[in-house]
Design a protein around this ligand. Structure first.
Ligand code: HEC
Length: 192
C-alpha cells in the first residue's frame, strides 16, 4: 500500500522528467531558428534600401534576385539550417511552398486578418519528413513601402521595372500588394 502510494506520487514526476527534455529541445530549436532567420531580413533591407537610393528599383532587382538567395545560402552553410523564401503568390518559380509551408502561410493570413501584427507572425513545429523528425520554422515577411516599387499595384511599379520583371519572371504573381501585407515567409528546417 505504502509503496504503491509512493510510486503513484512519483509517476507524474517521472512523466514530467521524460517529457521535459523534449520540450527543452523544441524550445532550443525555436530559439535557434529565430536567431538564424532574424539576421537576414534586416541585412537585405539595408542593402535594398541603399541600392534603390543609388540606382532606383530597376537597378535593385538584382539585390532581391541574387543577394537574397546568396544570403540564405551563406546562412544555411553557417548554421546547418536549410533556409529559403516562399510565397503563396511567388515570383521565383522555385519559391512555391510545400504542403506544410502553404498551410502556415494561410494561417499567417488568417492571424493577420484577425488583428495580429504581421511583423510578429511566426510558427515553429516538429514535423515528420518521411521517417525523419524535422524542426520547421517560418516567419512572415510583411511588405513595407519600400517593397511596393517591385511588388505593389501597377501604379507603384515604374514601366522600367515592369518590363524587367516581365522579362525575368514571365509567370510573376508577386504584384498587387499594399503596405503591411504578408508577401511571403522565410522558412527554415533542420533534422532533430
Ligand atoms: C528592387 C525590386 C524589389 C524590391 C524593392 C523588393 N523585392 Fe522582393 N523580390 C524581387 C525579385 C526580383 C524577387 C525574385 C527573386 C528570385 O529570383 O529569387 C523577389 C522575391 C521576393 C520573395 C521570395 C518569394 C518569391 O515570390 O519569389 C519575397 C518573400 C520577397 N521578395 C519579399 C520582399 C519584401 C518583403 C520586400 C520589401 C522589404 C521586397 N521583397 C522588396 C524584387 C524586389
Amino acid at each position: 500500500m505504502q509503496a504503491n502510494r509512493v510510486i503513484r506520487k512519483f509517476i507524474p514526476l517521472l512523466a514530467a522528467l521524460a517529457v521535459a527534455p523534449a520540450f527543452a529541445d523544441d524550445a532550443n530549436m525555436l530559439e535557434e531558428a529565430r536567431s538564424v532567420s532574424s539576421a537576414i531580413p534586416p541585412k537585405l533591407l539595408s542593402v535594398l534600401d541603399e541600392e534603390i537610393k543609388k540606382s532606383g528599383p530597376e537597378g535593385a532587382i538584382g539585390v532581391c534576385r541574387e543577394k537574397a538567395p546568396a544570403m540564405a545560402k551563406a546562412a544555411s552553410e553557417k548554421s546547418g539550417w536549410a533556409i529559403r523564401r516562399v510565397s503563396l503568390k511567388n515570383r521565383n518559380p522555385k519559391a512555391v511552398p510545400d504542403a506544410w509551408e502553404e498551410a502556415v502561410l494561410k494561417e499567417f493570413d488568417k492571424r493577420a486578418a484577425a488583428g495580429e501584427k504581421p511583423t510578429g507572425l511566426e510558427k515553429g513545429e516538429v514535423v515528420m519528413d518521411g521517417d525523419k523528425k524535422m524542426y520547421r520554422y517560418m516567419k512572415a515577411l510583411p511588405t513595407q513601402d519600400l517593397c511596393l516599387g517591385c511588388h505593389g499595384t501597377s501604379d507603384r511599379i515604374s514601366p522600367a521595372v515592369q518590363a524587367k520583371l516581365k522579362e525575368l519572371y514571365p509567370a510573376d504573381q508577386a504584384v498587387g500588394y499594399h503596405a503591411a501585407e504578408i508577401r511571403g515567409a522565410i522558412t527554415l528546417k533542420k533534422p532533430l
